[in-house]
Write a protein that binds this ligand. Structure first.
Ligand code: PMP
Ligand code: GLU
Length: 405
């Protein structure tokens, strides 16, 4: 008999991969620990610090002994603040009971898909998509139906392609605007076109991931839930990670049909319980501050915009790279496929994964392969970092790519 070994790992876990964004961050941490000067443009998190009043609220929560088990779906006060936020910022009506607070939007998504999917149920996703979508859906036993889009069509899904992909097995449509990894933002008219299709299928759940809501350079955020014809079949996923620079606090939420909120609460109660009390009190403070009055959010978003312009300009100067100018979020997703088949005499670049590993190895710049996002021609660069580091990173990328012929 063998000792316990990796064969014990379930098929369920063997079927999913390590998150590519977190993997590249792990690899760059490892290289840094070995003394290499690595520029990490792989993780999508603001390089800003959590606002001071939010940190104060967390300290107060500790001093006031708000340290006992929280209600599973989150503190009532926080659910109410989220309901108010949804009305204030998005003109959406949700009652506090329709809201479940979780350990990040990532857990909200996992709760939703674990709550609705039976084996082989289909979820329509637009590719490129955020890395974790595919694995969360697989983990829940579902099937990802990825609809490819390209730089030429601004990475946007057209309503005809959406309708053509719907089958009797379609349980949900996963929508993400502003988008990770492309930075694409749908206009209100484009959303209306998709909503017109979805309203014909009221049994399909629309899962709208709006985590980049406030990081939008193209105007005010529009939630697809604000189309009354599909409001009842839509669940909004959002959180405090990105716009309040609170990635480590792990607070996200869903707001949707009551039956779904109840199912997610039941699951969460058996799985993790409610999220940390200190983090919830910090999120409560953040959420109460209307973003349009927040100098903090304004300054952060304008810094991202300046960096976007700088990065696009610098990348456009590198031969063979096609860029799409992002309208939101903080990622650039250039097409680098013209480098496929090139070599420095030793290493051949066959695909986007080779390309990103080559840059990590030779330039010590960490990007993420587009393959993880369902687009094998691109790589993702996070520009949530200082302009100086971005300039240095592009300089290194340019020098390294020159060696490929
Ligand atoms: N959705 C998208 C599109 C994301 O990029 C992220 C990245 N963090 C998440 C959801 C999850 O965010 P969090 O769990 O930090 O709230
Ligand atoms: N969402 C961020 C990203 O795409 C954070 C890392 C993660 O959770 O994937 O990089």
């Amino acid at each position: 008999m063998d000792n316990v070994n990796e064969k014990i790992i379930s098929q369920r876990i063997q079927n999913i991969t390590e998150s590519a964004t977190l993997e590249m961050t792990r690899r760059s941490r490892e290289l840094k620990a070995q003394g290499f000067d690595v520029i990490n443009l792989s993780i999508g998190e603001p390089d800003f610090n959590t606002p001071e009043p939010v940190k104060e609220a967390a300290k107060e929560a500790i001093d006031n002994n708000i340290t006992h088990y929280p209600p599973v779906a989150g503190f009532r006060e926080l659910q109410e603040a989220i309901a108010k936020k949804l009305k204030r910022d998005n003109n959406l009506d949700f009652s506090p009971e329709q809201i479940v607070v979780s350990n990040g939007a990532k857990q909200s998504l996992a709760n939703i898909f674990l709550s609705i999917l039976d084996p082989d149920d289909e979820v329509i996703v637009t590719a490129p998509y955020w890395v974790s979508y595919a694995d969360i859906i697989k983990l829940a036993g579902g099937k990802v139906v990825a609809l490819p889009t390209s730089i030429e069509d601004d990475f946007k899904l057209n309503p005809r392609n959406l309708e053509a992909a719907i089958t009797p097995k379609t349980k949900a449509f996963l929508f993400n605007s502003p988008s990770n990894p492309t930075g694409m933002v749908y206009s209100k008219e484009e959303m209306a076109g998709l909503a017109a299709v979805l309203k014909k299928y009221p049994d399909i759940l629309v899962v709208s991931d709006e985590i980049y809501e406030h990081i939008n350079y193209s105007g005010k955020h529009v939630s697809i839930a604000s189309f009354p014809e599909i409001k009842k079949q839509t669940v909004v996923v959002n959180g405090v990670s990105k716009c309040y620079a609170m990635t480590g606090w792990r607070i996200g939420y869903m707001a949707g049909p009551l039956f779904l909120a109840k199912a997610c609460t039941r699951l969460q109660g058996q799985y993790t319980s409610g999220p940390g009390t200190i983090s919830q009190m910090a999120a409560l403070k953040a959420m109460k501050n209307p973003p349009q009055n927040s100098a903090y959010i304004h300054d952060m978003v304008s810094a991202f915009k300046t960096r976007r312009d700088l990065l696009v300009k610098m990348m456009d100067e590198i031969p063979g790279i096609k860029t799409y100018v992002p309208r939101g979020a903080f990622y650039l997703f250039p097409d680098i496929s013209s480098y496929f088949g090139k070599s420095d005499g030793e290493t051949v670049i066959s695909n986007a994964t080779d390309f990103s590993l080559y840059l990590l190895d030779k330039a010590h710049v960490a990007l993420v392969t587009g393959e993880a996002f369902g687009d094998p021609d691109c790589v993702r660069i996070s520009y949530a970092t200082s302009s100086d580091l971005l300039e240095e990173a592009v300089k290194r990328i340019k020098t390294t790519l020159k060696k490929l012929n």
